[in-house]
Design a protein around this ligand. Structure first.
Ligand code: SF4
Length: 210
């Protein structure tokens, strides 16, 4: 308890729903509970967040070895969906620019360099770049009623998600990671361009890792 208290911000501000950090500390049961303190997501408390996660049932251990299943390569971390989202966010660019795509559309495509056909829902659009949530292949089993637009081959530009296991990266670091829902559990690579607590954005995605 005293170890946990020494790592909390100590503002006794009540933002977590408890009047004092001490009361908050007393009810912590899992690392997910730590999200109720908004200050722990800030850079100055980032190291504390890792230590607190370890104290309350760590799901982040910098020493943990993450290995891709299909390639047997070592990765730096596992990437999970952002809070309350169904999959990591992916930012894709279809090579076939002739197909009209709208927010809410369901897409079928194959990422460049990946043998697996993917299924996704469009959640946002920038010119030439579509932000999607993955909804398959696994998620769509038993949902043959859903209609998907075939958009063919796509370049995967970026991922946004939460580091769930392994080492927390820094901005500017080239990383190897495994998206939790990747059917092949294949190691991906990319460049980290933003870090907010455990939420990160990785750009320049590549499947060529060795
Ligand atoms: S939100 Fe954080 S700093 Fe504020 S009382 Fe809760 S634990 Fe303490």
């Amino acid at each position: 308890m005293s170890d946990i208290l020494s790592l909390l911000p100590g503002y006794n501000c009540g933002s977590c729903g408890f009047r004092q950090c001490r009361d908050f500390a007393a009810q912590l049961k899992s690392p997910e509970d730590l999200r109720r303190c908004p200050f722990l997501e800030r850079d100055i408390f980032r190291d504390n967040l890792g230590k607190l996660s370890a104290l309350v049932g760590a799901d982040i251990s910098p020493e943990e070895k993450i290995t891709g299943i299909i390639d047997g390569l070592e990765a730096d971390f596992m990437l999970a969906p952002l809070r309350d989202e169904c999959s990591c966010r992916e930012f894709i660019h279809p090579f076939n620019g002739a197909i009209e795509i709208n927010t809410g559309d369901l897409l079928r495509y194959r990422p460049l360099g990946c043998p697996i056909t993917h299924f996704a829902k469009v959640i946002d659009i920038d010119p030439g770049i579509y932000t999607i949530h993955l909804v398959g292949p696994l998620h769509r089993l038993g949902r043959e009623d859903l209609k998907f637009k075939d958009i063919g081959l796509c370049m995967i530009l970026a991922f946004e998600g939460r580091v769930s296991r392994g080492k927390l990266p820094k901005v500017g670091q080239t990383v190897k990671f495994v998206p939790e829902y990747c059917m092949m559990q294949k190691v991906h690579s990319g460049m980290v361009v933003s870090v907010e607590g455990r939420d990160i954005r990785i750009e320049g995605i590549d499947l060529k890792v060795w």
